[in-house]
Design a protein around this ligand. Structure first.
Ligand code: FES
Length: 272
């Protein structure tokens, strides 16, 4: 029986082996989600105002895009004023680290190779590229630096937790007109904590973190603590894709919320 074949990039495939379902939906949604995030985060990075809700609105909320805010342009209420020579947005100094981490993430690599480069678009779908060189030469060779990107970003979720704790710092005006500070919990504090925990979970679920915790050992039985750690991180690792998306959306929404509070567009409700 004659088999109909289809030219599929680097070879031919029997036509009956190719997918006919809506395989394009997932890469299209991925491309839309990543593009939306890149556009929004770029706008936020180059909009260096309203990223900190300070005394004027009674809250100590800092956008995660600007955390840690290390320049002296960061405003009086922020913690780290280490750099006094940087004339541009403080976010430009910090964002390269998470960007490097997410950009070289094994999941995101698969996502953008498929949705932007069609390499390959999906399983059992003809590939438009004539040849495949993998990640064995420049520039994709730098993807192999992912584990070092992990080492660089490990402090970030911890700093975000610290910033969320600072978000419990509430400022109110007394009947006499003076500023009164106290600890409390606002909706924004909750959002900052959730965002920090999601970023921490995403970071811990990283494949390189799993390797670091115990995956590189030849015999896990010789390192019971490593084994304990490796099992927990392996559990998170099973949900890495979901955590990658949830934490990405959370960081964007947290920035939106802080900006709305800082600009006075909305009032942050206080629970206690
Ligand atoms: S593999 Fe995704 S963050 Fe490391």
């Amino acid at each position: 029986m004659a088999v109909t074949t289809v030219q599929a990039g680097r070879g031919t495939r029997p036509a009956q082996n190719l997918r006919v379902d809506r395989w394009w939906l997932q890469p299209a949604l991925t491309a839309a989600g990543l593009t939306a995030f890149v556009i929004y985060s770029t706008w936020s990075t180059f909009t260096p105002h309203d990223y900190f809700a300070g005394a004027t609105v009674g809250r100590d909320y800092l956008s995660p895009f600007f955390s840690p805010c290390i320049t002296n342009r960061c405003g009086a209420g922020t913690t780290w004023h280490l750099v006094n020579w940087w004339p541009f947005s403080a976010a430009i100094l910090m964002l390269p680290f998470p960007l490097m981490f997410r950009g070289t993430c094994y999941y995101y690599r698969k996502a953008y190779y498929r949705s932007f480069w069609f390499s390959p678009p999906a399983c059992a779908v003809p590939e438009p590229h004539g040849k495949y060189t993998g990640e064995s030469r420049f520039p994709l060779l730098v993807q192999n630096l992912h584990r070092y990107a992990l080492y660089l970003v490990i402090p970030f979720p911890i700093i975000l937790l610290w910033e969320a704790w600072k978000g419990t710092h509430m400022i109110t005006v007394s009947a006499a007109g003076s500023l009164v500070t106290s600890r409390g919990l606002g909706l924004g504090t909750l959002i900052l904590f959730v965002n920090a925990l999601l970023l921490l979970t995403y970071t811990l679920s990283c494949h390189s973190c799993r390797h670091l915790c115990g995956g590189h050992l030849n015999a896990l039985s010789k390192g019971p603590t490593r084994y304990w750690l490796w099992k927990r991180v392996s559990f998170l690792n099973e949900h890495h894709m979901g955590l990658a998306w949830v934490s990405l959306v959370a960081v964007g929404l947290t920035d939106v919320y802080v900006r709305l509070v800082a600009s006075g567009a909305i009032h942050d409700p206080r629970f206690f």
